[in-house]
Structures are given as C-alpha cells and as structure tokens.
Write a protein that binds this ligand. Structure first.
Ligand code: 13P
Length: 255
C-alpha cells in the first residue's frame, strides 16, 4: 500500500532566517521521537532556506521545492532548476500551483515542461490542478480538470507516472476558508481517476497518490481527506504553525 502524504507549502514565508529558525525549532519539537509509520511528511520552504532546513537533519520530514524552472542552466534570472533543487537536498517539487498560474502566468505547457524537468532530475512531483468558482458554476469542473491533467501530463510515460502525486486544489478554496463538500471532492476524484485511466495502465495508476488542498485545517480533515478516502493533503497556512501541521499529520496517520 502507498504511504499517505502530507505536504506543507510555506509559500513566501517565514520572512527571515531568524523566523525560519524558530519555525524549525517548533517543527523539531513536534516531530522528534515520533514515528509516522504510514505517512510521508514533506515541507516546502522558500529555496533560500533549504540549507537551514537540512542542517536540522530531520528523520521524518522531507524537503520539497515550491517551484523549479524547466531549463537545466543558463541565463534565466531569478530561477532555480530542478537539478539545483535536487542537488540542494529537495526530494519533491510542487508544480502547477494555482498561485503560479495566477501571478506568473503559468499554463499547462509550463507545468508540463517543469514536470518533465522534475522527473528527469529524480525528484517527485506534486502536481496541482483545480477549477475556479466560475468554472464550477458553469459546470466545467470536469472538462477543466481533464484538460489540466492531459496538458500537464502530456509525454509523461507510464514508467514515470508513479513519481507524480496529484493534488486537487480548487482555486476557490485556496486561502479562503471555503471548503468543498466530501461529495464534491469525491466527484473530482472520480474525474481525475477516469482521466488517468485513459492515459495509464491500472497498475501504474494505483501508485499515484491523490491529495486534497485548499484551506485544510485539522478539524476539517475528516471532510476533505478521510471521508473521500484521499491519500493525503497539501496544506498552506496551517503548515506555518508546526503544532497545527503535525496535528493534521497525526490524524492522517492514525486513520
Ligand atoms: P491554504 O491552505 O492556505 O488555503 O493554501 C492551500 C495551498 O495553496 C497549498 O498549496
């Protein structure tokens, strides 16, 4: 059976190495001497803090990047490559996040190029997909999720797909405290599974973990993860509080 996965996306936080040091102190306190046997924990801080994270030598918390560029090296001011992230200790990278799409104009093609670079460099990917409220109200959830999946996964063969986890993150639930119902998540899950079944053999598909992301809190884990039998969660704001974040991990791990 696959392990479950809980990912903390710290986004552009905390604001300084000193603050991040405090964060790591608390994360250490919450995870030390604990064995989360059924769950992988990944924290994705800003890349500038990777070294600081690794210096703590966590046994049960892995390091992830929030974003990487698809080129290997060169004149791409401000970017870091998947190879650099890997060589600097990351084991994962998020790709296709709705904030990348919204603020940096990334589309399926960019997500696809990035995903290819991530896999080529031996990282695992957490691919984010999700519909806007307008699309949901217009009855387009099905077609939006399908086209995001098909576009992002284009050219990713069956041999590589098991290194990809997929996070269903409805855009309208990110940073808003709005949550989809369990049934809405189940519907999205079915759409995603159907689309994947058209692309990959069943055996490979079973390796792909499906996460839920968007306003996840410990008290809503039942609704968004346990009841729809998701394989884990992608957590934004609540991952900034190690106590709350690990509370989420514990609930996922215990169920
Ligand atoms: P929030 O949990 O803050 O809504 O963010 C979700 C998210 O974007 C995780 O990638």
């Amino acid at each position: 059976m696959n392990k479950k996965l809980v990912v903390g996306n710290l986004k552009m936080n905390p604001v300084s190495p000193v603050e991040f040091g405090r964060y790591l102190d608390m994360l250490e306190k919450e995870t030390k001497h604990k064995d989360f046997a059924k769950t992988e924990i990944v924290v994705c801080p800003p890349a500038i803090y990777f070294r600081q994270f690794l210096d703590r030598k966590f046994k049960n918390v892995k390091l992830g990047a929030q974003n990487v560029f698809w080129e290997y090296q060169g004149a791409y001011t401000g970017e870091i490559s998947a190879g650099m992230a890997k060589a600097s200790g990351a084991g994962y990278s998020i790709v296709g996040h709705s904030e990348r799409r919204k603020y940096f104009g990334e589309n399926e093609e960019a997500a696809n190029l990035k995903l290819k670079a991530i896999l080529k460099n031996g990282l695992r990917a957490v691919l984010c997909i999700g519909e806007s409220m307008e699309e949901r109200k217009g009855g387009q959830t099905d077609s939006v999720l399908k086209s995001q999946l098909k576009g992002s996964l284009s050219g990713i063969g069956a041999g590589k797909i098991e290194c990809v986890d997929i996070a269903y993150e409805p855009i309208w639930a990110v940073g808003t405290d709005k949550l989809p119902t369990t049934d809405e998540i189940l519907e999205a899950k079915i759409i995603i599974k159907k689309a994947l079944a058209e692309m990959y053999p069943k055996k490979r598909m079973e390796k792909i973990r499906l996460l839920y992301g968007g306003s996840v809190k410990s008290y809503s884990i039942g609704q968004v993860c346990l009841e729809p039998a998701m394989d884990g969660v992608l957590v934004g704001r609540e991952s900034l509080e190690p106590y709350e974040f690990i509370k989420i991990v514990k609930i996922v791990d215990d169920n």
